[in-house]
Design a protein around this ligand. Structure first.
Ligand code: GAR
Length: 207
């Protein structure tokens, strides 16, 4: 049997998706994977401490130490290559990746977004959805392409908007589903079951 797929989880903040992925792994829900590193671009990211408490290797590379986006990305890619990473999971990583990074890991970088893309891309998706007045929002896991929040969609989950929601209550309801679908998308990847054809991602049947 082929070895386990090695994951890098990139964070910038609280890291709840990272924790959910790590827990899914610990519970045996993603048997073909292991976490090689949790990497943050911010030294004070709360997720870093949580990762350390879970016994995971952590690394902080501040984007502020680099002149250009690509210089920063080259350094990250170097660290990922050292650790033989197969899949890069962006989990609240608030940096846009350069074409260099994306080309190094084509269809091997996933992102989670708290809306049903292509609706409400950007930094405040839950607030935008609420203010637009949608009755349903949700979350999306997609492969990362050069266009922000626009790569091929792997999995989505619909979440209803309630009359008494504010951006925080809606975000919390969406977050619970994010934690489920991210682990699911990673499991499909690690089972070699994701096939990308143009913009569409097909889930291959289990052999
Ligand atoms: C999550 O809700 C994620 O979907 C969102 O940031 C949050 C990170 O939370 N990402 C984006 O908005 C990307 N545009 P976490 O650090 O607790 O996983």
């Amino acid at each position: 049997m082929a070895g386990k797929k090695r994951l890098a989880i990139l964070i910038s903040g609280r890291g709840s998706n990272m924790v959910a992925i790590a827990r899914a792994l610990k519970r045996g829900k993603i048997p073909n994977a292991e976490i090689a590193v949790v990497l943050s671009n911010k030294p004070d990211a709360a997720g870093l401490k949580k990762a350390q408490q879970m016994g995971l290797e952590t690394l902080c590379i501040s984007h502020k130490d680099f002149h250009t986006r690509e210089d920063f990305d080259r350094r990250i890619v170097e660290e990922l290559r050292k650790r033989r990473v197969d899949l890069v999971c962006l989990a609240g990583f608030m940096r846009i990746l350069s074409p260099y990074f994306i080309n190094q890991y084509r269809n091997q970088i996933m992102n989670i977004h708290p809306a049903l893309l292509p609706s409400f891309p950007g930094m405040q998706a839950q607030k935008d959805a609420l203010e637009h007045g949608v009755k349903y929002s949700g979350c999306t896991v997609h492969f990362v392409s050069e266009d922000v929040d626009a790569g091929p969609i792997i999995i989505q989950k619909v979440v209803p908007v309630r009359d008494d929601d504010d951006a925080d209550t809606l975000a919390a309801r969406i977050l619970r589903q994010e934690h489920k679908i991210y682990a699911e998308a990673i499991r499909l990847f690690t089972e070699d079951r994701l096939e990308v054809r143009g913009r569409r991602v097909f889930w291959k049947k289990k052999p």
